[in-house]
Write a protein that binds this ligand. Sequence first.
Ligand SMILES: NC(=O)c1ccc[n+]([C@@H]2O[C@H](COP(=O)([O-])OP(=O)(O)OC[C@H]3O[C@@H](n4cnc5c(N)ncnc54)[C@H](OP(=O)(O)O)[C@@H]3O)[C@@H](O)[C@H]2O)c1
Length: 338
Amino acid sequence: MVPNQYQAIELQRFADSFKAGTEIVTKPLPSPGDNDVVVRNLYCGINGIFDTQITKNAVDYVKVSLPTLTGVEALGVVEAVGDKVSGLAVGDHVVTTRFPSGYRQWNIGDASNFIKVKDGNPHWLVLASTGVSAYVALTQVGQIKAGETVAISAAAGGLGHLLIQIAKSFGCHVIAICGGDKKGELARQLGADDVINYREVSVRDYLCTHYKDKLDIAFDTVSGPIHDAFLDNLAVHGRLIVAGAAEDLDGKPELVTRPRIAHKLYYKGASVRSFMNGLLTEYWPNARDVLFSMYEKGELNVVMDDPQFEGLEGVYQGVERLISGQSMGKVMVKLDQQ
Ligand SMILES: NC(=O)c1ccc[n+]([C@@H]2O[C@H](COP(=O)([O-])OP(=O)(O)OC[C@H]3O[C@@H](n4cnc5c(N)ncnc54)[C@H](OP(=O)(O)O)[C@@H]3O)[C@@H](O)[C@H]2O)c1
């Protein structure tokens, strides 16, 4: 039965941490309008770094007006539909992948915001959100080509573990940069050809020794010395993709005074490109189709972090787990505890 209210995590004030800026609140759940669907969320994906940045009001392309609900992606089951909705019916499983859809027990909105998936398997959610990011970044921004050499930071993470496999599906040579041996093992299992555990080995020294000027794509979500080592080892026409800066999460990025990077790029015809998935929505449907098909054919593995958390309180645990740097694969929360 559809209740007339539900709980969600609301951002109420800008703050330095997701926990400090948010509260669990009760919201009314109205009856659906003609074009609306009402969805009981089963799982949500955690994006602890994005959540922290949103809480600091530091995501340039999202205009946050307080209060606002939080979270990006969720998978749920349709429990009611408006009179004019076609293509979705009660009992269908759907995913949503746009802020603020994730950290709420129930969702209501225009049917066009919900994408039908086969069943309640949370892997569809990982593919439709983080998977789409990985695919769009490599194909549209990275313009990946068969046989290229691709280095990936945070390679055992939610985004990274999918980047490895997608790059391998293009026949690329993949170098995984990870913090720790367990993460390195996972990266190798997923197909990485080489692993650099930056806690034990200098990424700069390793790349300069084994991949001097050989990186066709360097995919970075960490920044700091990894970004610098990538930039120094780009191949002719190499692309350094900036898709995050986890190291700068404390809001105090290292001040860098060096010659302008133009000198490192110019003679190589190389480039630094930013990837921002929310600005590339036109590529999402195709990316979903490709990834769903690869998954169904057994060509793509989804790894979910262990432990899994439950309920809205579990979202806080998930965010902490992700920003602790200990998680491997995608951090998910089971929202529906029935
Ligand atoms: N631009 C976009 O549109 C877009 C889309 C999706 C995700 N992202 C970004 O991609 C990155 C990965 O996202 P994810 O959700 O899949 O996370 P994740 O990779 O599962 O987790 C973050 C990983 O980053 C590494 N890390 C390095 N320094 C860190 C620090 N100071 N604090 C926390 N982690 C640190 C850790 O791996 P190691 O120990 O292996 O270094 C950690 O496990 C994030 O920066 C996210 O914001 C960007």
